[in-house]
Design a protein around this ligand. Structure first.
Ligand SMILES: Cc1cc2nc3c(=O)[nH]c(=O)nc-3n(C[C@H](O)[C@H](O)[C@H](O)COP(=O)(O)OP(=O)(O)OC[C@H]3O[C@@H](n4cnc5c(N)ncnc54)[C@H](O)[C@@H]3O)c2cc1C
Length: 305
């Protein structure tokens, strides 16, 4: 997402007047349903069942981020515990994806670490896993440090690494020996050139290079998170000699035909399915990735419905 149009999109959508115009109208909520399963746990469980029946693995993401209120941070922990229980109760092939700022990282790091530990413990008991999403670059180091501490205790975590960051090649060498899974994505935030590559070509080249490195580790399960056909083909080439498991990951509602083709080819694919009422920032990042979607967004923002 490191291009100028993407930045401009986030500049507009981050304005509070636009946010309230979209979140309060029916067309705005309808637009969110293209990328978000619904507001309730029951909604996402129904979507996950359907995806499992069609051969997809799933990761449930209870939306929320940058939480500064401790009561809300604890509520987010409890929502994740409930999601893990529901995965087990319904026999789903699913795990959960968590943002650490939703658990209080940045406001009360100790609380966030304890909550992540509680989520990891429950996931271990229910025989599933937890992936830590990677947020903006001011949080990368704190996120990796928390991953290292909790992963050493429970061993069932995974972490997202963003190909646009200059530091990611070193971060992979740092986290891969800890086991678990590593989700490689391009990166969804508007970052400055001091910390992140800016051109699509540079990001794509680094993505392929990092995939190649990841595929050589026996200690980690690479999860290649992209909808970019050239990156998908490059990953298949890098994995030609790999005997250990790996998977693709894609977002709910994005390039669904291509998702079906990957499943038909026999390659495992996990669909990342967000749910909950805090869907606005997630929606705006998806719009920034494909500015053509802004037409729908503008209709929702201008609607009185
Ligand atoms: C499973 C998963 C988890 C992720 N987790 C994180 C995370 O933890 N942290 C983070 O920073 N980022 C995360 N991302 C987002 C990621 O960083 C990218 O912003 C996003 O995936 C778009 O990049 P791309 O690799 O698909 O390539 P792009 O070059 O952006 O897109 C390739 C093609 O896919 C299609 N496409 C891509 N996005 C959309 C869209 N929104 N709507 C319609 N078509 C689209 C377009 O046709 C485009 O040409 C995640 C992505 C996935 C798939």
């Amino acid at each position: 997402m490191a291009n100028l149009i993407g930045r401009a999109v986030l500049g507009v959508t981050n304005r509070s007047i636009v946010r309230s115009a979209v979140t309060r109208t029916r067309p705005g909520r309808a637009l969110s349903r293209r990328f978000v399963a619904g507001e309730l746990l029951d909604d996402v469980i129904a979507v996950a069942k359907d995806l499992n029946n069609r051969g997809f693995r799933v990761s449930l993401d209870h939306l929320g981020e940058y939480v500064t209120d401790e009561t809300k941070a604890l509520q987010a922990r409890d929502d994740y515990l409930a999601a893990i229980d529901a995965i087990a109760a319904n026999g789903l092939d699913a795990n959960v994806s968590v943002k650490l700022t939703q658990l209080g990282l940045g406001t009360n790091d100790d609380l966030a670490r304890r909550s992540l530990g509680a989520i990891a413990r429950r996931a271990a008991e229910r025989e599933t896993t937890v992936t830590i999403d990677m947020e903006d670059a001011t949080l990368t180091e704190a996120t990796i440090q928390m991953y290292e501490v909790v992963q050493q205790e429970f061993g069932i975590l995974g972490i997202a690494i963003q190909a646009y960051l200059h530091r990611s090649v070193d971060d992979i060498a740092r986290v891969a020996p800890l086991g678990g899974h590593i989700r490689l994505c391009k990166g969804a935030y508007a970052e400055p050139s001091e910390v992140a590559l800016q051109s699509s070509d540079d990001i794509d080249a680094n993505f392929d290079l990092l995939v190649n490195k990841l595929m050589k580790y026996e200690t980690t399960m690479p999860a290649i998170a992209t909808h970019d056909e050239a990156r998908i083909a490059a990953a298949e080439r890098s994995a030609a000699d790999r005997i250990h498991p790996w998977e693709f990951q894609m977002l709910y509602g994005v390039r669904t035909k291509m998702q079906g083709k990957i499943i038909e080819s026999g390659r495992p694919l996990r669909v990342y399915v967000p749910y909950g009422d805090a869907w606005y920032p997630y929606l705006t990042r998806r719009l920034a990735e494909r500015p053509a979607n802004m037409l729908f967004f503008a209709r929702a923002a201008l609607s009185r419905g």
